[in-house]
Design a protein around this ligand. Structure first.
Ligand code: 7GP
Length: 834
């Protein structure tokens, strides 16, 4: 009844609208009220943290009526909701983007000003929730931003980790990890929903029984249960009333405490139970770690997926929709295989608890799910030990067996006598210790499977999912990734945003393809001058920050050549490093050498257990230490390792880049999204034909992209025919010298052993073809240097890159998901309507 109550609707609308119409004075008043009513502080003794909280609550208050209105509308109109299931959401700092999306930035700035507070200083103290590792988690966050901005009903489902990705310190050139205590000051961006909670079972056994109707039923008698409580983060669309929700689950102990029987022993057991239950959502696993001790990780995956599906079923009930219509009301996207146990869990919920037939349940399941793959690296493909899964999720394994049996029957019918295909496609890897192949479960249980860039989607069909693509060709498609221009242009590069407004009007803000018109002005001298001015300012800001953090003075006139991303051998930070060493050698040998003065900036975290990646960080630090203080080169060459690369630091780094390093071994980087952020902000790319680089080059034009290296095909062919790194070493003197200098301890304070593992790996195996691509990379970098000398040409190329970046908005990507996979559409949220 409540949702039809006009007076309630009017009240909600007026709460939301009043705050919009509100003057700066009202905003200011609300901040002070929150300072007192939420922080219990008067202005005269309030700390910056108090002011930040007061401001954040003031902004949040302006989102809540929109949120309630959005939720009400979804329920009322029985619309289809896109559910994005992801173990990671790397959402970044919230205050700035919420101010931007609500259109309240100026109002807030002025209000805080009158209160004697600097908005930028308050934005700077926000601790970001690091609930993701990198690309995959950040992509999920960009997609939530686009869904809300495109007014599409959506829910993000994930885990509320108490500790997110570790913070990185650099000590003596080495990475040192610190735990990320993002909640230590509390967070104003979540609403706890103790009433929205579900129970999730683990362990125990299953048994069959006959119910009163004589139906054969399966009961899972769990060994223990954990409670999942909803923690909601509002996701505000850009200049629209849509406010969606990111629902994160925190694990808690089940209060099954029997007070009558209680004695001291049981009490301590109960406390222990509580501790164990709460560890489930305690910490995010860093990726790229070797498999081991991952029991808790599987438990996390099942935990959040089960909560999400139970929540979706509850929403069906709330809106009085029969469960048979589940797939008409929800589209559920599996962000890689981490949530893929959802396929079996939805089957369990529908069969065991809602008593649907296998066939009906399976039809619903397949129509509900779609699966996005984010990697082809064999070591990153998830498998779970069958015995482990059997002990933790006995009922789910039974269901997986049944799915597999029915599926393999289908394979045998399609390919009679082809037991090779059956073994390859099975959900269970039977070789050695038995394992469940999660990518196969996701593929079989979904109606659509996509890769994240054109090349990657093709390779997916040719490699790891080849048999499936042959059998179900129409299931496979590509959706190239995208990034949100709200955060990565408007919020982090306000200078550029203003210049774009001045040049093009404001339409680009809601339709990024409008940037295209900029290309017509690429040679315009006035635009070029303004363009350079914006870039100069961004670079000066980054230079100042680098000075503060590292003590390294970098002149903003230098070319800023930047590689920021997770540290990984396939991303080849060491290729970049080897080129720097050889450049350094050339400069020492010939001080008059005419090359562009450059500052090479690196940033990124290495997984704590990934020794080679950590050694790569140490190598970069070692090069920086030597190069930066060498009087022979220090005016022309700088090297910086920027510590603790995260979303917040990205805000200052992307807009300051002249050159974006996207140099992965072709075929290994599924898409990349940093490449898109750099391009939008006017950086030129030096890159291989890998991931979305291919499409970036197509958009920018070959003349506006620095291409080098082997193609994915050439890489595969070379590896097939037996790659010999030594061959490339013999042919390249500069390469030999660079490796030799490392071996001599030049970048390790004389320690000749330090980089031995890295050198041995390159010389003996070089699995990512660093040596094979070195010569072409160095030659390409030479072309970069030459292009830099021509200021006008560079400005033109930079402008064209931004102009052609419209295709890489996450809005474009989300529209493709909606049309080609989810069949969802926009719903206008109108606050004024009674
Ligand atoms: C990344 C891919 O490495 C990157 O190329 C892509 O742009 C990004 O996903 C978003 O699609 N993968 C991960 O971050 C990751 O954790 C493990 O993959 C499955």
């Amino acid at each position: 009844d409540m949702i039809n109550d006009t007076s309630v609707a009017q009240a909600s609308a007026s709460i939301a609208l009043a705050s919009d119409a509100a003057s700066e004075a009202v905003f200011e008043h609300d901040v002070v009220r929150n300072l007192i009513c939420r922080q219990a502080r008067y202005p005269d003794i309030a700390t910056p943290q108090d002011w930040y909280m007061a401001l954040a609550y003031t902004v949040r208050d302006r989102m809540l009526a929109r949120w309630a209105e959005s939720v009400k509308n979804y329920a009322l109109h029985h619309v289809k909701v896109a559910c994005y299931l992801s173990a990671e959401f790397l959402i970044g700092p919230q205050l700035g983007c919420n101010l931007l999306n609500l259109g309240l930035e100026e109002e807030a700035r002025e209000a805080m000003d009158s209160l004697g507070q600097d908005l930028d200083a308050l934005l700077a103290i926000e601790e970001e929730p690091g609930l993701g590792n990198g690309g995959l988690g950040r992509l999920a966050a960009c997609y939530l931003d686009s869904l809300a901005s495109l007014e599409i009903p959506a829910i993000g489902y994930g885990i509320r980790y108490e500790f997110g990705i570790f913070d990185q310190d650099i000590v003596d050139g080495w990475q040192v990890e610190r735990t990320d205590k993002w909640l230590k000051m509390g967070t104003p961006w979540e609403i706890i929903r103790p009433d929205i909670h579900y129970y999730v079972s683990f362990g125990g056994y299953t048994r069959m029984w006959n119910d009163e109707q004589g139906r054969l039923r399966v009961e899972w008698v769990p060994g223990r249960q954990v409670k999942g409580v909803a923690y909601d983060v509002p996701v505000q669309g850009y200049r629209v009333n849509t406010c969606n929700v990111l629902r994160l689950w925190k694990s808690e102990a089940v209060e099954s405490f029997d007070f009558d029987d209680f004695n001291a022993g049981d009490y301590y057991e109960a406390v222990e139970e509580k501790v164990v239950s709460e560890t489930l959502s305690k910490v995010l696993y860093p990726n790229d770690e070797p498999e081991s001790g991952k029991r808790l990780r599987l438990a996390q995956q099942y935990f959040f997926v089960s909560c999400a599906l139970q929540d979706m079923l509850r929403l069906m009930e709330v809106s009085h929709t029969p469960v048979e219509r589940f797939a008409d009301r929800f589209a559920a996207q599996l962000n890689d295989t981490h949530p893929s146990i959802a396929v079996a869990e939805l089957m369990r919920l529908l069969i065991d608890e809602r008593l649907l037939s296998w066939e009906d349940a399976w039809s619903i399941t397949q129509r509900t799910f779609a699966y996005t793959n984010h990697t082809l690296l064999p070591e990153a493909l998830e498998t779970w030990s069958l015995p482990l899964m059997q002990s933790m999720l006995p009922r789910l394994v039974e269901i997986i067996f049944e799915i597999n049996q029915r599926f393999l029957d289908e394979v045998r019918r399609a390919l009679p006598g082809d037991e090779g295909s059956v073994a390859r496609m099975s959900l269970i890897d039977e070789q050695g210790d038995k394992k469940v192949r999660m990518a196969h479960l996701a593929t079989v249980g979904s109606h659509k499977v996509n890769g994240v860039a054109a090349l990657h989607s093709d390779l997916l069909k040719q490699t790891i999912l080849r048999d499936f693509a042959a059998m179900f060709p129409s299931r496979f498609l590509n959706v190239t990734n995208g990034v949100t221009p709200r955060r990565f242009i408007m919020q982090s590069n306000p200078g550029l945003a203003r210049l774009l407004d001045d040049t093009l009007g404001e339409k680009w803000r809601t339709d990024l393809t409008r940037l295209d018109a900029l290309a017509d002005h690429a040679d315009d001298a006035t635009l070029q001058e303004a363009w350079r001015a914006v870039r100069r300012e961004n670079k000066a800001k980054l230079a100042a920050r680098i000075g503060n953090i590292t003590g390294i003075a970098v002149p903003p006139e230098m070319m800023f050549d930047i590689q920021v991303k997770r540290i990984h051998e396939y991303k080849r930070q060491h290729l970049n490093a080897l080129h720097i060493i050889s450049l350094y050698q050339r400069l020492r040998r010939d001080p008059t050498l005419d090359v562009a003065p450059r500052c090479f900036i690196f940033g990124g975290k290495a997984a704590p257990g990934y020794d080679m990646a950590k050694l790569m960080i140490r190598l970069i630090s070692g090069i920086a230490e030597v190069v930066n203080q060498d009087p022979a080169t220090r005016d022309r060459l700088k090297v910086v390792f920027y510590p603790d690369f995260n979303v917040k630091n990205g805000h200052i780094i992307y807009p300051a880049a002249d050159l974006s390093e996207q140099i992965s071994t072709a075929g290994k980087e599924a898409s990349g999204t940093g490449n898109m952020k750099f391009m939008m902000n006017g950086a030129l790319t030096i890159g291989t034909l890998d991931g979305a680089n291919v499409e970036i080059r197509e958009q920018a034009g070959a003349d506006n992209f620095f291409l080098f290296g082997m193609t994915a095909q050439q890489v595969a062919a070379l590896q097939q025919s037996g790659y010999r790194p030594g061959h490339y070493l013999e042919a390249n003197e500069a390469l030999r010298e660079a490796l030799d200098e490392i071996a001599q301890g030049r970048f390790s304070r004389g320690d000749k052993a330090m980089f031995r593992p890295l050198l041995d790996n390159l010389l003996n195996a070089d699995p990512f073809l660093v040596l094979a691509d070195f010569a072409d990379y160095a030659a390409c970098q030479q072309r970069v240097s030459e292009a830099w000398r021509d200021e006008k040409r560079w400005a033109r190329m930079s402008i064209i890159n931004t102009a052609r970046s419209g295709a890489f908005s996450s809005d474009r990507a989300i529209k493709e998901y909606c049309e080609n996979i989810w069949q969802t559409r926009a719903v206008k949220i109108d606050l004024a309507a009674p």
